[in-house]
Design a protein around this ligand. Sequence first.
Ligand code: GDP
Ligand code: CA
Length: 323
Amino acid sequence: MPEANSSDNRRGGVLALAGGVGGAKLAVGLARVLPPDALTVVVNTGDDEIFYGLHVSPDIDTVTYSLAGLANPETGWGFAGDTFNALGTLKNLGADTWFGLGDHDLALHLRRTDMLRSGKTLSDVTLDLSRRMGVRHPVVPMSDQPVRTIIESDDGEMSFQEYFVHRRSEPEVIGLRFDGADSASPSPVFKSALESPNAIVFCPSNPFLSVDPIMALPGVREMIAVSDIPRVAVSPIIGGRAVKGPAARIFQTFAQKPPSALAVAEHYEGIATHFVMDNKDESSRVAVEALGYEVLVTETLMTTDAHKIALAIEVCGMAGVPI
Ligand code: GDP
Ligand code: CA
């Protein structure tokens, strides 16, 4: 693979912002077409939570497992072929086990927690563990300080995992908070990647729950908004629906507008410069262009690695990033 996109050595390559499943899919494509020194994947940690005494970072793990080729192909998250013996034992021992973790997952969380307790940062731990799993591209938490996404719902306030996993996204989201974001800072690698990227890619992750926590870190939104490089947002909404998860409903109840590619484009207005939307949404092209975007209409559903690579190539082409 040519190392072409290192051509401008003062630049830091592609900075991809990602949540879990949707983000991981495009990250896999990008990682297949860009060398490790030309891609940094910054991942949401607003979903992190302590379970069974262990530090769980669901979006980091989804991205890491995906890049390592270890993710469960059916779910897109979790470790392929994992067993759940420890969880069964935990249940027998009286633990409330609504947050399912496989045996491989638990080993990873044990190791992460141990390393964090020894004083390492989440960035260091994530880099070390992802390397050990065979990931060559840098996977970086958005921050080394805790930021917690709190869902304000018609049934009270709850953590992201309580809402998403325990309550199966059933409560209506009426507000969102990112506790700790104000006093957190972008992680060191994120900060330096922000200083001189060739392009920024907003992966097709949940704009509210996965990308907004990253944007809530002090200085991030401003730095991205004033940068003079291509910033490409890929719509996670296809034909008015989320491929998976609560994004469409959150547009309805929280943003108070019908879920659509146009609504996603409005969400990233002033932050992104380029917008990628699905063939199914061709009819919104003119409206999205009217917002000032350069628009690409293409196949955005990524069900195979070939789709992930094809979309990554188009995203890089649009951003002028040589591959
Ligand atoms: P989570 O943290 O696991 O919920 O994952 P993300 O926030 O990264 O991704 C969730 C979003 O990904 C949902 O809104 C989905 O609609 C979107 N998504 C999942 N698969 C695809 C896909 O193949 N193509 C596109 N365009 N969006 C996708
Ligand atoms: Ca997530």
